[in-house]
Design a protein around this ligand. Structure first.
Ligand code: MG
Length: 362
């Protein structure tokens, strides 16, 4: 079975509520690119990559389109060959930017084709460890939420069935950050997991200082505390703090993750599908983490990542971030804190053509 056609569509999807998550302007839209592959048997499947504005998405789409000549004619089931060809073809673009995003989207579409061709859910083909996976709410509790909004949304997430939620920190004096955390803890009670994502805000000493205070509120994890993303410095923080320290979402391919594991820089690895190098590389990184007894959580892409976390024995939790769910006829639903793997071939999700034509950039 060979790939005979590749189509890419760049979308511009407004977000219901602009947010500030790191050192950035408010995010008001999300720009996914849908990469659809068709085989000589007429089978179709898609992968995704995304950027943050209409300019970036043109560059990302161009990076993906550049690989069309590489992937046309590729045997769908020769997955290692396909990955190496894409990796070599993106060497000039670089393996830390849109080159690796482009590779990832195509590699992901190829895995969805394989699962469809075999009539298996993607999670089943990749390992089939479990049929449902815990998911945490990541789409609320941002830096620009007021104290009232934090409390109201935290209560609403509990009512929706989430057992774990993430709040963002990093731009306020420590006293204020801790008051916000205390306010959320007070309204959700002791049985809800609260993750803290600092989005690369602090130095080592600042992180240890505020980290010891955060621990008093029983945080589920502290994510990306350090501005440096340096494996040695992350290891200092992971060693100093009792609560789990998680990182990895900006790291690309097994080569980046090797240093995080060797230096014990993370108690929990966060692996992003489009930076990892697609499903092929995501699975290899998860296996490397298992050799160090490190659990793996996914970053974004809950539509695909639920399958990945469900496939592996050291899969911890899926980040639920429904930014581009409008592209699906029936988007994944979190029920009582879990995402279920549908008993359908491939990804198990159908694109909504009307929504895609509404959001497609012309
Ligand atoms: Mg994060």
């Amino acid at each position: 079975m060979k790939v005979t056609r590749m189509d890419t569509r760049a979308l511009s999807v407004p977000l219901a509520r602009p947010f500030i998550g790191g050192r950035q302007q408010p995010r008001e839209k999300i720009n996914p690119v849908i990469v659809q592959l068709t085989t000589d048997d007429g089978l179709e499947a898609f992968g995704l990559a995304f950027a943050w504005n209409d300019r970036q998405i043109n560059s990302l789409k161009a990076s993906i389109d550049d690989l069309e000549e590489v992937i046309i004619g590729q045997d769908v089931f020769r997955w290692a060959e396909a990955w190496e060809r894409l990796y070599n073809a993106t060497r000039h673009m670089g393996h830390h930017g849109y080159g690796i995003y482009a590779l990832s989207a195509i590699d992901t579409a190829l895995w969805c084709l394989r699962a469809k061709a075999l009539g298996l859910p993607l999670a089943h083909l990749l390992g089939g460890y479990q049929r449902e996976v815990p998911a945490y709410a990541s789409h609320m509790l941002f830096r620009n939420w007021s104290l009232d909004e934090l409390q109201r949304d935290a209560v609403s997430l509990v009512k929706q069935g989430f057992h774990v939620m993430k709040m963002n920190m990093g731009d306020k004096p420590f006293k204020v950050e801790l008051e916000r955390l205390k306010a959320v803890r007070e309204v959700v009670g002791e049985n809800i997991g609260i993750m803290i994502d600092a989005n690369w805000a602090w130095t080592v000493s600042q992180t240890i200082q505020i980290g010891r205070e955060i621990e008093r509120y029983h945080a589920y994890w502290l994510e990306d505390p350090l501005a440096s993303d340096d494996a040695d410095e992350l290891a200092q923080v992971a060693k100093a703090l009792d609560m789990p320290v998680s990182n990895g979402e900006t790291f690309c391919t097994k080569y980046d993750f090797r240093s995080l594991l060797e230096k014990k820089s993370a108690d929990i690895l966060i692996v992003d599908l489009q930076r990892a190098g697609g499903i092929t590389e995501w699975m290899k990184i998860a296996t490397m983490a298992q050799a160090w007894n490190i659990p793996v959580a996914s970053h974004l892409f809950h539509d695909f990542s639920a399958h990945l976390i469900a496939a592996i024995p050291n899969g911890l939790i899926v980040e639920y971030m429904p930014w581009w769910d409008v592209i699906y006829q029936e988007p994944p639903q979190v029920k009582d804190g879990y995402l279920e793997i549908a008993d359908k071939p491939g990804l198990g999700l159908e694109l909504d053509p009307e929504a895609i034509s509404r959001y497609e950039m012309k």
